[in-house]
Design a protein around this ligand. Structure first.
Ligand code: PHE
Length: 437
């Protein structure tokens, strides 16, 4: 069996953060915040991120690095081959479905990027409801993802993440600073940071938890698979905490770049998925050198989306390569074709297929909700139960504790308590409430 590739320390953080930070932060977070009452959503999202999602991140990281294999392999190895191995299948279907609709949105990014280069930004609704441009974007996006994953873990995935993530950070912060000086921006900050608790409802809580999971790439084997490439010398706690902090920070900065602009330009924060794509071009139109900033921003958006989509593809590829002994290239091709076909259906559901409804949702909405509100939550539940109750306690502690990291000793007990009791109960309660509304 060939030696598995391992990330370097900085590369490991950048690829994990690369998986976490993506369209979820820049596109999904601002519009969910707008749809769910603003600051109150942010408040619940932060609580969910640090109290529930971060401990689950620990659990995934520990299972992944201890197992040192793909998601299915990890569950199988650490459970001694019991039926629990089937829980590892969360790393097959869920990421493949997410990849398909994720790359549709990535494809919109491709179109916006190409058009910003020729200084003609599209009108969002007419773009996504047309047939070919979004499908062409989706195809280009998937191809880019496939090429990077084909190049392998270190040469493809790690090298890309190490350049892409810092560049993205600089750009988004720059836009947020520019927006802060626009007249009317203050209203946006109030909306973002001043919670109105009368707007708190079940929907807000479910969406915030789903978003915390989606944004940290939890419950679908991504973190587990990437952790299996992290060296044993690195601390699990600092990797996990740093990734979660970076992820939340990016969401906040994205909020600060978009919400004040929404108010400054008199747009509606409840616009839904079009929010980012409708707001930002308006800002770029008015900015000095806005055309150049537009090109850079959509490039950054694309890059952020790509670092996430490669993690989605890699989880499934790792399964087929290691469990089914498939050649890497073949596995990449097969999964990409699956994601392409399903993605085309999702893309067409904004146009010619808009009348096709699954449980009264469009095809795109159906797969988005199916994964983030159900499959990822079930995946996260199985992960914490496995880490807290099934895998050997000594394995857990051994991975968690790190000689150079004093915090890991202090955190062990409270984190175990959350993983064993608080997280599973909270997930169950929120999940059941979600089923009833
Ligand atoms: N976390 C990514 C984002 O915020 C999306 C993602 C979900 C990636 C699940 C991998 C797994 O964009």
């Amino acid at each position: 069996m060939p030696q598995r590739e391992k990330f370097g320390k900085f590369g490991a953080l950048m690829t994990m953060a690369g998986s976490a930070v993506g369209l979820g932060n820049l596109w999904r977070f601002p519009y969910l915040l707008g749809e769910n009452g603003g600051a109150v959503f942010l408040f619940v999202y932060l609580l969910c991120s640090f109290l529930i999602a971060l401990p689950i991140f620990f659990a995934e990281f520990i299972i992944g690095r201890r197992g040192g294999e793909n998601c299915f392999g990890c569950f199988s190895k650490l459970s001694g081959g019991s039926k629990w191995k089937y829980a590892g299948l969360i790393g097959v279907l869920t990421p493949a479905i997410i990849l398909s609709f994720y790359s549709v949105v990535g494809g919109w990014g491709v179109q916006y990027f190409m058009r910003s280069c020729t200084f003609e930004l599209a009108e969002f609704n007419s773009l996504i409801s047309s047939v070919w441009p979004p499908i062409i974007g989706h195809t280009i996006f998937l191809l880019l993802t496939a090429v990077i994953v084909m190049m392998g873990v270190k040469k493809g995935i790690e090298s890309f993440g190490k350049i892409a993530m810092p560049a993205l950070f600089v750009l988004v912060v720059g836009i947020a600073i520019y927006v802060a000086f626009q007249p009317g921006a203050a209203e946006g900050y109030r909306y973002l940071f001043n919670p109105d608790f009368s707007k708190l409802d079940d929907n807000c809580i479910i969406s915030a938890l789903g978003q915390a999971f989606f944004s940290l790439s939890l419950g679908c084997g991504c973190i587990m698979t990437f952790a299996s490439y992290v060296s044993k010398k690195d601390s699990a706690v600092s990797h996990s905490v740093n990734t979660a902090l970076l992820d939340v920070l990016f969401a906040l900065i994205a909020g600060c770049a978009i919400m004040p602009a929404v108010f400054a330009y008199g747009l509606s924060p409840t616009a839904g998925p079009s929010l980012l794509f409708d707001t930002l071009p308006r800002i770029f139109n008015q900015m000095p050198a806005g055309e150049i900033v537009a090109v850079l921003f959509f490039l950054a958006l694309l890059v952020a989306a790509l670092t996430s989509s490669i993690s989605l593809l890699e989880v499934v590829v790792a399964y087929f390569v290691e469990e089914k002994k498939m050649e890497r290239k073949k596995a990449v091709l097969m999964i990409s074709v699956f994601a392409w076909v399903l993605g085309c259906l999702c893309s067409l559901s904004f146009g010619p297929l808009s009348n096709v409804k699954l449980f009264s949702l469009s095809i795109f909405e159906f797969f988005d909700k199916l994964t983030s509100d159900y499959l990822m939550i079930i995946g996260a539940f199985l992960t914490v139960v496995f880490a807290g109750w099934i895998m050997k306690r000594s394995d857990f502690e051994d991975e968690f504790l790190h000689s150079n990291d004093k915090a890991s000793k202090r955190l062990l007990k409270p984190i175990l308590l959350i993983i064993r009791y608080v997280a599973p109960i909270a997930i169950l309660m929120i999940f059941v409430t979600g089923l009833c509304i």
